[in-house]
Design a protein around this ligand. Structure first.
Ligand code: GLA
Length: 731
């Protein structure tokens, strides 16, 4: 009897699945799949939410159904998401759906489509997690097998999405050091477009692993259908768009498989990173709002909290750290209303004091020459001035000139039989996070600092080198190709340990500037340093692109000196503040070199920023006029979710006499509410025409407000920059 029951259960589990539609829906979007009798999983639809009746209509509107997760072997002429070499050398997969599982999580629902190869005991789960109120669908894949030997994974995309051919445009980010987050927009043409990263450590300096796909022609901010996709991964990635002779653009996203073939052991599970998707018919800003809201709630450390206003020491003193200088900077930021001081690079090194970037990474001990009273002395200063204290570290790295390297040369990434290639300062090397001992070391660096100095409230975690040369001294000969994947698994393990023990610590992800603006690191990090370039004009462009996927609460944006240290451009303080105020405001300057008038201006701006901080850092973004449109100005706004308050930004991006600039309609307001306008960080002698006056949301969204071309300032104080920050408050 028992045996019969067991047999019956087994039959029901292995029976070919009945044909069924799989509905993966959020409040406003639907992704529809079809698991058909005895066979594959097909993609049917992704877009605006469909009711049951409309979902049925999808199956009679003549549309093509495509493989939802194409695997290599039995359809060799097409691009694929997955390819393997079985233990017997067979290179094909032929997957069939076996079961569909649904499980609930606190704020999400997960659907797992379980597939198995028709011959081999090789299993693929295609997974979907929906956040209904965020309109985000996460999708990823999992593999395992019970074959006799290892199965080599040679391609392992997280997901595939077909996009109907039409007027499809792609917007993505590219850049380099000091010029991160630049927007590039192009129509998707025939052929293969690949966006990828091979740095090994920093994956968002050049291109980004997030893309906007506009379905109604040239991308618009507040109109049109747009799909946004973000690969949540900190390592090498590859995004492919194959536009072939079919009616579809084929979009694949996942870990970059180049030089990363993975030997999967029997019984081992391999989970790809998540690809997060959003669809909006409110343009690219609509997609951004979905991502920002989802990210603040679930993908960023302390994402729903506002951030302290800080001064970072880097551009102020560079490596020239000393006790008296730190105390002075703390006093200055405190006097301007700041809340936190961050001591950057240059504070450590005993045998090899860190005077420049030639040495000392790995030796996280205070340089007693520079700081005779150690970190405790600095914490006492911070307490005296009433600010919190933060510190810079670069724990994944070493210099060959360091005690760490002398003791543990086996900890670094380098090939056998070869000397390592060296990075920054001519001596920088990357530690091999594939090695559990290195993971312990990196955890211990943070743990020791925090145990010895529990009052440290902020860490700037830097990473200033790529992998450079391939080779793990820890991984076996056969698994050298696992290096990049194991590095990031190791990194995640360390981050988990740190967060388990130090949940409240604020941690900034810096990687030579914006090298780690990605959702692979943000679950453990509060924010990232957008760029080492602090030039306000260039930041308008960089922060614009970065805001596509990342909310202002993550975007560290600092007021720095004029002339700027990267571009040598002299930009008035008003404009520098107005740009920094659109992100997570901070300062990166030597306050000792500022005039009293400048300090007063910053004091006032910081106090005003405190008023708008919740709107900027937690509000909904509406980008209005892109600097990339080259119309002479750029404009955007943040709106409080209840639409009671909004902050409007306007920055001129070039200046000519008799210039004609567009008047820019606002967005996101309540048409029925009346908003009173107040200019912040005002420098004009006379108020603007609309200062203190009220306008209906409908009027502002239809007409906008007229921005004067220049500031009303005394002759001699006039300059070629103009910018405005307006607070709108519903009456
Ligand atoms: C990197 C960071 C900078 C600064 C320096 C210190 O370049 O991006 O902000 O911290 O390192 O060496």
């Amino acid at each position: 009897m028992k045996k019969q029951l067991l047999m019956a259960m087994m039959v029901s589990m292995t029976m070919p699945l009945m044909a069924q539609h799989i509905n993966v829906s959020t409040n406003n979007t639907s992704l529809i799949l079809d698991a058909h009798q005895g066979g594959g999983l097909q993609f049917v639809y992704y877009g605006q939410h469909l009711n049951d009746r409309e979902t049925e209509q999808l199956f009679s509107d003549g549309r093509q159904h495509l493989d939802a997760y194409p695997a290599y072997g039995m359809q060799t002429q097409h691009e694929t998401a997955l390819s393997v070499v079985h233990s017997d050398g067979n290179m094909t997969l032929d997957l069939a759906v076996e079961a569909i599982e649904t499980r609930s999580e606190t704020n999400a629902t997960v659907k797992v489509v379980k597939m198995k190869d028709k011959y081999y005991p090789f299993y693929v789960n295609v997974c979907y997690r929906t956040y209904p109120d965020k309109d985000i669908i996460e999708t990823w894949s999992e593999y395992s097998h019970k074959e006799k030997g290892t199965v080599k994974l040679t391609q392992f995309a997280s997901a595939y999405l077909p996009i109907r051919y039409g007027q499809v445009w792609l917007s993505h980010l590219y850049g380099t050091w000091a010029n991160e987050g630049r927007v590039e927009t192009e129509p998707l043409q025939h052929g293969m477009l690949v966006i990828q990263n091979k740095d090994g450590v920093r994956n968002s300096h050049t291109s980004h692993a997030e893309v906007m796909i506009s379905l109604d022609g040239k991308p618009q901010e507040n109109h049109g259908r747009v799909i946004g996709a973000a690969l949540c991964y900190s390592g090498n990635y590859k995004l492919r768009f194959d536009t072939d002779d079919s009616n579809y653009h084929h979009f694949f996203a996942g870990i970059n498989e180049d030089n990363s073939a993975y030997n999967l052991k029997a019984g081992e599970n391999f989970a790809t990173p998540v690809l997060a998707l959003a669809y909006s018919n409110e343009g690219m800003s609509g997609v951004s709002r979905c991502f920002h809201s989802w990210a603040r709630s679930y993908k960023i450390a302390h994402g729903t909290q506002v951030r302290p206003i800080l001064l970072n020491s880097w551009e102020g003193v560079y490596f020239d750290i000393n006790e008296q200088g730190m105390d002075q900077m703390m006093a200055d930021i405190a006097s301007m209303g700041g809340e936190l001081f961050v001591m950057d690079d240059g504070w450590f090194g005993t045998k090899y004091p860190r005077k420049n970037d030639f040495s000392s990474l790995g030796d996280w001990l205070v340089d007693p020459q520079k700081l005779p009273h150690g970190i405790n002395g600095l914490l006492a200063s911070a307490k005296k001035h009433g600010v919190k204290f933060g510190i810079w570290i670069e724990p994944e790295m070493a210099n060959t000139v360091s005690i760490l390297y002398e003791k543990h040369p086996e900890y670094i990434i380098k090939p056998t039989n070869r000397e390592p290639r060296l990075g920054r300062g001519g001596t920088q090397v990357v530690l091999d996070l594939a090695n559990p001992k290195v993971q312990d070391l990196v955890f211990t660096i943070v743990d020791t600092l925090m145990t010895n100095y529990p009052d440290i409230s902020y860490i700037k975690w830097d990473a200033n080198a790529p992998v450079m040369n391939h080779g793990s001294q820890y991984l076996t000969r056969d698994n050298q190709s696992h290096l990049y994947i194991e590095y990031h698994r190791g990194f995640e393990k360390v981050c988990n340990r740190i967060r388990a023990k130090y949940p409240d610590l604020i941690i900034q992800a810096c990687a030579s500037g914006g090298g780690r603006a990605n959702y692979g690191v943000l679950p453990w990090f509060d924010e990232f340093w957008v760029s080492d370039n602090t030039d306000a004009l260039q930041r308008v462009y960089m922060q614009w692109g970065t805001s596509y996927f990342f909310p202002a609460v993550t975007m560290a944006s600092h007021i720095s000196a004029a002339p700027n240290h990267q571009t040598f451009r002299t930009i008035p303080l008003k404009y520098r503040i107005d740009v920094a105020m659109s992100g997570r405001l901070g300062m990166e300057i030597q306050p000792k070199n500022m005039t009293d008038k400048e300090k007063q201006q910053c004091r006032k701006a910081i106090s005003e920023y405190k008023e708008i901080r919740p709107i900027v850092q937690q509000g909904d973004i509406y980008r209005l006029l892109s600097p990339y449109d080259k119309l002479g100005c750029a404009s955007m706004m943040y709106v409080q979710p209840d639409k009671q308050k909004a902050v409007y930004y306007w920055w001129k991006t070039e200046t000519f006499v008799a210039q004609q600039l567009p008047r820019i309609p606002m967005a996101g307001l309540d048409p029925g509410k009346n908003y009173r306008v107040r200019e912040l960080n005002r420098v004009d002698q006379a108020p603007l025409a609309f200062e203190g006056k009220s306008f209906s949301g409908a009027f502002l969204m239809e007409n906008g407000l007229e921005m004067p071309l220049e500031h009303n300032m005394p002759w001699g104080e006039k300059n070629d920059y103009a910018s405005r920050v307006l607070l709108l408050e519903a009456e």
